[in-house]
Structures are given as C-alpha cells and as structure tokens.
Design a protein around this ligand. Structure first.
Ligand code: UGA
Length: 439
C-alpha cells in the first residue's frame, strides 16, 4: 500500500520506517528541514535501538522516502498517518493541539478524491470529531476526507518491536466507514499473526490511549505510595512487589518502585486527561490522577532529601554523582526526566553534581547547561561523596562495586531504581540506600 506519515518525530519516523519494513511504500513528511535532511541521509535524529538499520534498509530498497512538502503528501497516497506532537500547553494541564490542527489545515486543501487520515497522536477525547469538521470545511468540492483514529502504544527503547509486532491494534472510525478495512490492509502482517484488532468509535479509540497511559502511571504511583509506607515501617517494597505481582490479576510489570515516571508521555497524558475531564464537567472522575502525579513528584523530592541527610544536613560543597539523565534506559530522551530533575535540585541546593548518561548527554546539556557532565562513568564517580543511580542503564547495573569503591571519596549510593544487588554492594563496603527499603 502507498501511505504517508506526517510528522517525523519519535512516533512518525518509527511508524514510517516500520510500515516500509512491512512492505508498504511510504513517504514521511515534516516541515522541519533539518529532521528531513537527516532522515533522507539514513540518520535517525534520536537514539532508538534497531531503528537506524530499518531506516537505512528501506531507503536503500526504495520503499521509504521523505519530503518537507505537503503537496508531495497529497499526490503520493490516499492514506495518511498523522503523528505530530501534542505537548502540554504552557501554563495549563491541557494538550496543545496546534500541530495536529496545522496538519489538517495544510494537507486537506491540497487533497483530491477520497482520502483517509489516521490520527496516531495522543489527543483529548473529542479531537477526531473536531478535526473531521475542520477537514470537511477545508476539502475541495468533490473531495472526501475521513478522519479515523489509530492510537500508538509503542515504548521508547522498544519502538521497532512495538510497531512491527504490537500487542493490539485499535482503530476508531465513524459510522459506515471504510477506514477499518483500510487499516486491516495496512496491518495485515500483524493481523495474520493473530494480533487483536479492535474497531471502535472515535471517542473510544482516543480514550483507550490515555486510559492505558493513566493506568500505567497509576500502577507506578501505587507502588511508590506503598514505598512511602515501607520507609516508615521497615518493610521492603521490592519483596512486597514480588509477592503481590505473583497474583496475575495484579502482575509484576510496572511495579518497579523508585524515582517514578517521566518522559514525553505519561506525565503530560495524565494531566491532559484531567484537563479534558474538567472541560467535560466530569472533573471528579479523575481527581485521583492528581494524587498519582503528586506521589510521583514526591519521589524526586525524597531522593534530594535523603541525599541531604546522608551528607549531614547540607549539600553545600558536596560532590554528588548522578548516574543517568534519560527518563529511562535505552533512550536519549530527557523530557521530564526524574534523573535530570534530581540532578538539577541537588545542584541548586549547592552540591557539585557530576552527571553521566550513555546516550542522553547532549540533550541533558541543552536542558540543564549548568550541571557538571563527565565523559564516562569512571570520571563521574571520581572523588564523589555520594552516588545516585537515577536511570537504570545496564552499564550502571553491571558496575563492579569493588572497583567503584576505589574511585569515590565515600562509598555511599542511593539506588533510585531498586536494581542493584544490595548484598554485593554492601559486601564491597558500600552504604546502600534505596527507596521503599530499609537497608
Ligand atoms: C509509555 C507507554 O508505556 C507506551 O505504551 C506509550 O505508547 C508511550 O508512553 C506513549 O504514550 O507514547 P514510554 O514513555 O516510552 O512509554 O515509557 P515507559 O516504559 O512506559 O516508562 C515510563 C516511565 O515510567 C519511565 O520514566 C520509567 O522509568 C518509569 N517506570 C516504569 C517506573 O518508574 N517503574 C516501572 O515499574 C516502570
């Protein structure tokens, strides 16, 4: 099938490359010339394992191309995917739909014949119906443009796998629409492999996406709230999570207690969900998400507070190593990163902070230029009074505690992600602190 993907950020670039990998002919379109130049060159402008290979292969075989022109999108295909960002609005919890609207405003007047636009961006419920009205008002006479919604569930770090073999496909369509049949063709490979394919109305599809992210955020904050109780009682949140996780109604996934969630999705999505509930007059339904957000933020404060206590009540002049800057491992994304937030707070309270991350250094420097950045883990650890493990990269999990003890000034570590082998670290002479555990 021929298709375009409009917006070539994280979501769009991955979708475009993976659709070509599945055998489709794809044109990726973005107004950002630098991004398109990089992609045309076979270079992914962010870190995502496996994606560069898929991109290069499909540019080479001619199935994948890129353009900055909407006119090219209009003439290339009748099926379009919309994957632009919906960030949090400045000064409000609501999602900023400017980019989504711009795509419709720029693309629809150029279309001729019958077209379907599948929205993939995470949007407040009701957006697709509004975009349909906008499209109807802009379409040339005789041209029909249908808006359908096909939310994306990919995780950063696993984006290729999640796109090629998703755990479900959801397509929201209006009544008497052919979009579901078109989507079946697009996702024929996954459907043949018995991936659940759910056809819903537009509002349900929009809500599926935000509900999934709200549930994941709630699960993380649930275990982090229990971690707070563990800290007061001497109980151990890791053993507790193991024990409740064996109940398959609960499940162990996303019960990783620690510094909590960040990134470009979970934080902004729960806030936009609350904002939309308020607009719909149903604000009480989601007030618990405010608590989910607060619990999450408190974990960052807790690590800063604990650091202060460990350093004898003041961080002034203390050398603190922060291992990790990305919001999670296998990503160079620092948007709303708990690691960078902690590093920033420690620095603002007078600590000399040395940050190292295997992939996110450039992005971290851009957001927080005043922090100290080390060239590698060893340099970051040198002479530290305290080490904070903030992002659980494999490289940090594999650190040799004996060798590390020889580099730091004081062998004291806060395991902000509950991933270290505590016995091994204590055996090497380290004082280990963790969230939700009394060690
Ligand atoms: C999330 C969802 O998992 C995807 O399904 C969704 O498609 C995506 O948002 C999106 O809306 O685009 P992502 O932001 O890549 O994906 O990251 P997650 O793997 O969900 O992790 C989010 C945060 O939660 C990270 O900061 C991670 O460290 C934290 N986390 C995760 C925990 O603190 N504890 C856990 O047990 C799991």
């Amino acid at each position: 099938m021929r298709m375009t993907v409009i917006g070539t950020g994280y979501l769009g670039a991955t979708h475009a490359a993976c659709m070509a990998e599945l055998g489709h002919e794809v044109l990726g379109v973005d107004v950002d010339e630098a991004k398109i130049a990089s992609l045309k060159d076979g270079k992914v402008p962010f870190f995502e394992p496996g994606l560069p290979e898929v991109l290069e292969r499909n540019i080479a075989n001619g199935r994948l191309g890129f353009s900055t022109e909407y006119a090219d999108a209009a003439s290339f295909a009748q099926v379009h995917f919309l994957g632009v960002g919906t960030p949090q609005q400045k000064g409000s919890f609501a999602a900023d739909l400017t980019y989504v609207r711009q795509v419709i405003e720029n693309l629809v007047p150029l279309l001729e014949g019958q077209h379907i636009i599948f929205g993939k961006s995470t949007v407040p419920v009701g957006t697709a119906a509004q975009l349909q009205e906008l499209a109807d008002s802009l379409a040339k006479p005789g041209t029909e443009v249908e808006i359908a919604w096909n939310p994306e569930f990919l995780r950063e770090g696993y984006a290729v796998k999640d796109t090629i073999t998703p755990d479900r496909i959801v397509v929201g369509v209006r009544a008497s629409s052919e979009a579901a049949e078109v989507a079946r063709e697009v996702y024929a490979t996954a459907i043949a492999a018995e991936t659940p394919f759910l056809v819903t109305d537009l509002a349900t599809a929009e809500l599926v996406k935000v509900s999934a992210n709200a549930f994941l955020a709630t699960k993380i904050s649930f275990i982090n709230a229990v971690a707070e109780i563990c800290e007061q009682t001497g109980a151990d949140v890791v053993s507790l999570a193991d024990a409740i996780g064996y109940d398959d109604r609960i499940g162990r996934k996303f019960l990783g207690a620690g510094l909590g969630f960040g990134g470009g999705c979970l934080p902004k999505d729960i806030r936009a969900f609350m904002a939309r509930a308020g607009e719909l007059g149903a604000d009480q339904a989601l007030t618990f998400l405010r608590e989910v957000d607060s619990i999450n933020m408190r974990r960052r404060d807790r690590v800063v507070q604990l650091s202060k206590e460990i350093c004898g009540g003041s961080l002034l002049g203390k050398r603190v190593t922060v291992l990790g800057a990305a919001f999670k491992p296998n990503s160079d994304d620092v948007r709303d990163s708990p690691a960078l937030s902690v590093a920033g707070s420690l620095s603002l309270q007078g600590a000399a902070v040395s940050v190292y991350d295997p992939q996110a250094m450039d992005n971290a420097r851009r957001v927080f230029p005043t922090l100290g950045y080390a060239a590698n883990t060893q340099e970051a650890l040198a002479d530290a009074h305290l080490v904070v493990l903030a992002t659980e990269w494999q490289e940090f999990r594999d650190l040799d505690p004996v060798a590390a003890a020889g580099i730091v000034d004081k062998p004291v570590i806060i395991d902000g992600r509950n991933v270290l082998d505590v016995d091994k670290w204590q055996g090497a002479g380290w004082e280990v602190h963790a969230l939700g555990r009394n060690l």
